[in-house]
Write a protein that binds this ligand. Structure first.
Ligand code: PAF
Length: 288
């Protein structure tokens, strides 16, 4: 189908009919890919969906702003929601099974079981958002058990999230293949994120500094710098010149274990950072 045509998606809001539909899909021997999202879809999400379409005959996209991954002072209430635009964007890409549950469908009043990863999830974003990965793993684990996908696709923009999910799959034998897709960026380098919508023009301008500083880090490594301290000092210096930007963390870690590295190993080290641009929290990373 050309991307200019549009097709009505099949939308499920309850778990039971979705599972009935997927049972039929499995009986027909069709491979299932899952793309979990919180909606407010942008090109980064659509790239995940396209990747899913390449590897499976049935693609399930979920849209659910998951309350358990937000802290008490975070943006759950104001998180961008636009179901109509999301369905339209997906309709242009192909035919999907879409799951848009209400919060009560996923978390009934007596819900009391959570998934907690005790190592990879505790550094980087886990320090400033202690509830985040527990919420992510719980909802992703639930979605895996509801959908039973063969494959699930996540963005490399959330590198720690992808690594922590991969670890959960291994530790708990979920039997789902995890695929990642490279970060999709705006023309000026800013990593695409639903939260970019919060930025004013002035903040948007300052937010460019994040990716620019990561590109600088990569350039330094390509020029032979292997000292983590030197690269981080340069990035910190670059970001400190932007008055609206306040760094939360900037770290160089092993790409798989997420453990801190003193020496950069090209191809195996990840530079990850999080920063406030005024009141908007953004993350970005680059493989060094
Ligand atoms: O990356 C996201 O949008 C969310 O963390 C996810 C994986 C959909 C879980 O709510």
């Amino acid at each position: 189908m050309s991307e200019t045509e549009s097709t009505a998606p099949q939308v499920f809001r309850d778990i039971a009919p979705l599972q009935q539909h997927l049972q039929e899909v499995r009986r027909e021997g069709r491979k299932i890919a899952l793309v979990p999202t919180m909606g407010a879809l942008h090109e980064g999400h659509l790239a995940l969906v396209r990747k899913a379409l390449e590897v499976a005959e049935e693609v399930v996209v979920t849209i659910f702003v998951n309350p358990t991954q937000f802290g008490p002072s975070e943006d759950l209430a104001s998180y961008p929601r636009n179901e109509e635009a999301d369905l339209q964007a997906l309709g242009k890409l192909g035919k999907f099974t879409i799951f848009i549950p209400a919060a009560e469908e996923m978390y009934p009043a007596d819900f009391s079981t959570f998934i907690d990863e005790a190592k990879l999830s505790k550094g980087l974003c886990g320090v400033s958002r202690p509830q985040f990965f527990r919420g992510v793993l719980t909802i992703v684990g639930k979605l895996f058990n509801i959908v039973h996908p063969d494959v699930a696709v996540f963005g490399q923009k959330d590198a720690q999230q992808a690594a922590v999910i991969q670890k959960m799959v291994r530790d708990l034998h979920f039997g789902v293949e995890i695929l990642t897709h490279p970060t999709v960026r705006e023309e000026d380098g800013l990593a695409m994120s639903s939260r970019n919508q919060y930025l004013s023009n002035a903040q948007r301008e300052e937010a460019r500094a994040l990716s620019k500083s990561l590109f600088k880090a990569k350039q330094m490594v390509e020029e032979g710098v292997c000292s983590t301290d030197r690269v981080i000092a340069e990035v910190t210096h670059l970001l400190s010149q932007h008055r609206r930007v306040r760094l939360i963390y900037a770290q160089i870690v092993d790409s798989e274990t997420l453990e801190a590295r003193r020496e950069i190993v090209p191809g195996k080290s990840l530079f990850a950072l999080a920063a406030w641009v005024d009141q908007v929290r953004l993350i970005d990373n680059i493989q060094l």
